[in-house]
Structure formats: structure tokens, C-alpha cells
Write a protein that binds this ligand. Sequence first.
Ligand SMILES: Cc1ncc(COP(=O)(O)O)c(C=O)c1O
Length: 377
Amino acid sequence: MFDKLDFSSVPPLCFIQDEDALMKNLELIEELRKNADIKIILALKAYANWHYFPLIKKYLDGATASSVFEAQLIYEEMKCRAHSYSPAYLEESIDKVLYYSDYLTFNSLSQYEKYKDKINDKVSFGLRINPEFSPVETDLYNPAFPGSRLGITSEHLKKLPVGIEGLHFHVLCESSARDFVQVVKAVEEHFHDLLFDLKWLNVGGGHLLTGENYDLTKLIFQCKKIKAKYDVQVIMEPGSAILWNTGVLVTRVEDIVSANGIQTLILNTSFTSHMPDTLEMPYRPEIHGANKDGTGKFQYRIGGVSCLAGDFLESYGFEEELEVGDRIVFKDMMHYTTVKTNMFNGVCHPEMGAWSEEKGYRTLRKFTYSDYKKRMG
Ligand SMILES: Cc1ncc(COP(=O)(O)O)c(C=O)c1O
């Protein structure tokens, strides 16, 4: 995309889905599904751009929902029923979730008790377990830290309750096949006896299958091993891996200000509104043509257009001096961006666009004042 698209020819503020890159990831994942003999489903929490659901459905086995809205979107736009899991199902919407799902996982035994009368043979029911091990170091993304509310620990689960056919765990984040092997070891240590009685085992997301050095052979070997040992259907629900490196956020420099020797670009985007993970996690996104370690002839802080004092990223290095009107292109902006964006401060949402080498740039959706106003009434 970067050598084929002139970013000054697209709208000054837009997310662009690179369809060629998405296809590459989908093809890799389809191959993996077949070779490992597992089901792979899209985690909607990472990406809910339903324009692409018909395409994604051709390569994957469906999608996973964590709320009734996600389940409904899967039903309507992917034309299949969801694998649902939520830390708690709400009384007002549990019946709808059941309608839109063909798998449903409870987070706790109390949720199971509350809704066990709803167990029926149209839906396969499961429980989320907490293996009490995760290689993830940031607590915000580690569902297995002591006291975590996510999943049941082995001390509370000695046998499968009536009607439960599957177990689910999720403790990885942008992780390797080696990490997965370690997690399976922890699951076996804690829940060994239960594994023989399952129809399915959902091994969660966080598997960076499309990452540069991901060891697919190791993953395939591990999945086949689980299947052979426990005679169980393995289900994997990655989000990030499906969208990894498949799109950008294009922005424009509106002003350059200087204080205490620091030059700051003011962009037409906002980190808190359009890239919240850059402040929450925090992580430093790659910027096309810039060094994120700050090295280079010119240094600029990258500032957002909201009034939040902390709405900026520490300095990046550039080889050329920048000017008002220049484009700043953030890489790898498809997963956990558009699903999290907001209109804080009335900052307009970036246009949603698509690009492929064959078709060039197209607009999928533009946002206006009425989108902002309608959120409040
Ligand atoms: C239960 C569950 N499944 C799947 C995922 C998707 O994870 P990732 O996008 O890292 O693959 C998440 C992410 O938080 C999750 O909480």
C-alpha cells in the first residue's frame, strides 16, 4: 500500500482498510484452520467492520460476541450464529443472546446457576476457566492476574456441571505459539480431568498467527495433540491476528507549535478519540516515514486536536522538516481502533475508507454533525 497509494489524494482524516493485506491474512488463516483441523472465529471486540463480514465468513468459521449487539451484528451481517461469552449476561437481553448464538459460555458458576434453566439443545453451553497463568505482563491485558474476575479457578471447578459441553480460556495477547504451549500446560495442570469430558475447547484469542515470526508449525502440532489426547474440537478466536497490518489512519498536520524547545504537531485527529490504546496501554504506533525512537534530523511531538492535556505522543524523529498540510499516516490501525473510537470534544470521526491495488480508494462511510448529536438523544 505504502508505495502504491498517494496519501495526499485521499481524505485528510480517514481509516483505510487495505483489502489486499486483509486477503493475505485471511488466506493464511484458512490454510492454518485446515492444517490444524481447528475452528477459527473472529473476535468482534477487535473489529466490527461488517462491510467485510461476508468476505471474512468465506475464510473463517464465524465470530465471537461479548454482548447482545455483537451477537446481533454477527447474525445479521455474517449470516451465522455467534459464539457468545460475556463476564455477565443481562436479564434484559439473555434471551436475545441465546437466539443469536449457537455457543454460549458462562463466566462464573453463579451465572450458570442463574441461567441454567435456559440450557437447551439448540445451543452448546460452556464455562470460562482461569488457568492462573498468563505470559502477558501488562495487567490491563492479563485476564489471569490474582483475583481476576474473568473465569473460574480450578479450586471451584472439580467437575462439569450438568449441560456444560465446553470450556473456554483466554490469557494471551499478541502472543507466540510457545506462549500457547505454556498456557495449555497450565490448563492441563489445573483442569486435567475435565478435559476428557468436553465436546469443545475454546483456546481464546491473543494468538498472533499472522505476525512476522509466528511459529505456525508449533501451533499446528499443539492443536493436533490436544485433539488427539482429549478427542475435542479446538476453537480459536483471534481478533488482532486477522487484521494485523491491514490498514492505516491518515491524518493531516493543522499547526506546529513550540514551547520549551519542544515542537508539537497539532493533527486533525485525537489519540483519546481515535487511537485510545496509544494512551491507555500505552503503546507507540508506527508512523510512516518516522522513527518512533525519536532519532532523525527533526523531532516532533504528535499532538491531538482535543483539549485533553495528555492527548499527544512523545517525539518521533523525521528526516524532513514538516509543514502544515502534510499527511501523517499511522500504521496498523485496524484492530481495536474503530471499535473503540468516540466523538469526545466533538472531534469528527475519521471517514471509513477501503483501498485495493485494483480498485483504488473508496469511501465506506462518512461521519457528520448528526452522528455526534444523535449519540445524546
Ligand atoms: C475472550 C476474548 N477472546 C478473544 C479476544 C481477542 O484477542 P486478540 O484480539 O488479542 O486476538 C479477546 C480480547 O480481549 C478476549 O477477551
